[in-house]
Design a protein around this ligand. Structure first.
Ligand code: SF4
Length: 383
């Protein structure tokens, strides 16, 4: 049995987590997530487990091209089933196939791990042999900590948050730098079964969702996808990420994530290169945001950086209003200097301070200009 989803701690710490569902716009835009969270509909990973694979995808004689072809075929069936469940036209039967669409995804991700292309660094290292790419992780997955996070956006708390070690970005102001950059090997080592049991524990004790975050969850895609095979409890899957995944990784992920929580910081490639040491950020992230938008509910986070209102905040809000207008937006004003910015304030002078009141006012005025209004729970949406 599930514990009640709204334990007393919500009423005490975050009454807005209950109030937020009285806003029809929020409820409508997060309708899929809401129904899975309330256990009225099955999460997408459960639907994926019901779509039958015509072959055993773990067979060694199948090439990666064969597997992608099977994936493409099953994807159509999955989407049809998901939409019909979403619209209330179909219910999931009890029969499970021997090998499913989820197994195909797991078989593919394990092959990808041998020549890693989970993110756009495309390091091509064989992580199963102990080699490491830019994220400094081999095939091992480290969970630094996991708990009910009460500080996330109101529709998400209490959020069953799992902090993975490691990241593919090198943000000079990272507030999680201890686990993302300094020591990605802290915490416990988990395999897929252990990760499934963590998720079950979080859900049974009242989490509204499973929030995969880090660092960044992307380098741990193989363990996360496989954990869903062993997860036998209905719970929305939430992807809380910098969204620097490859197109192939997005293809694997898009059918199992119920709600996306992407971080969209920079409005151009140059600022991302300087502050997160990352190439082609804007092109890659905007491509992936469009894919995610077509495949689940979405709350986009934008952290307002000092001195980056025109080049980043303005462009980010403009892009969202044109390309993902139904997404809910959280304009975050809590930036404070951390990590390398604290150590080298002269080098990163423009962000070695908090955003000023004028900058924050300008950020909100751009939000209004691009059609966003603010609801009382600090979330914005386009009318
Ligand atoms: S996850 Fe990204 S950074 Fe890490 S090894 Fe794979 S391609 Fe490289």
């Amino acid at each position: 049995m599930l514990e009640p989803l709204d334990p007393i701690s919500i009423i005490y710490y975050r009454p807005d987590a209950l109030r937020v569902w009285t806003y029809p716009e929020i409820k409508e835009r997060l309708s899929w997530y809401y129904e899975v969270m309330k256990d009225l509909k099955p999460a997408k990973f459960i639907i994926a487990k019901h779509i039958e694979s015509p072959v055993n995808p773990y067979r060694k004689d199948l090439s990666i091209e064969d597997l992608w072809k099977i994936h493409r075929d099953l994807e159509k069936e999955f989407r049809k089933t998901w939409l019909s469940i979403k619209n209330g036209e179909q219910k999931l039967g009890s029969k499970r196939p021997e090998y499913s669409f989820l197994d195909v995804k797991i078989a593919i991700v394990k092959r990808m791990l041998r020549e890693c292309s989970f993110c756009e660094w495309r390091c091509r290292v064989d992580r199963t042999s102990g080699k490491k790419g830019v994220c400094r992780l081999d095939a091992t997955t480290y969970v630094d900590t996991y708990f009910h996070h009460m500080g996330e956006e109101a529709p998400l708390v209490p959020s069953g948050t799992i902090f993975y070690g490691g990241c593919n970005f090198r943000c000079v102001f990272c507030q999680n730098w201890t686990i993302s950059q300094a020591n990605p090997y802290a915490g416990i080592i988990v395999d897929a079964r252990k990760l499934a049991s963590i998720q079950e524990e979080l859900r049974r004790s009242g989490a509204r969702n499973i929030n995969h975050v880090g660092g960044d969850p992307t380098p741990n895609l193989h363990t996360i996808l496989e954990s869903l095979k062993y997860l036998e409890i209905n719970v929305p899957q939430l992807w809380n990420s910098n969204m620097y995944l490859t197109r192939e990784a997005m293809d694997l992920l898009k059918d199992v994530i119920d709600i996306w929580l992407p971080d969209f910081k920079y409005g151009n490639n140059k600022c991302a290169q300087r502050l997160s040491v990352i190439r082609n950020y804007y092109d890659i992230v905007t491509r992936n945001l469009k894919i995610a938008y077509e495949n689940g509910d979405m709350i986009i986070r934008h952290l307002v950086l000092p001195s980056h209102i025109e080049c980043c905040t303005k462009r980010v809000l403009e892009w969202i209003s044109k390309n993902t207008p139904r997404a809910i937006v959280n304009i975050m004003d809590q930036y404070r200097p951390d990590y390398l910015v604290l150590r080298m304030p002269k080098r990163f002078k423009e962000i070695a301070r908090r955003p000023s009141l004028t900058e924050l006012r300008n950020a909100y005025s751009y939000a209004r200009k691009y059609g966003f209004s603010k609801c009382p729970e600090e979330l914005c949406f386009k009318e």
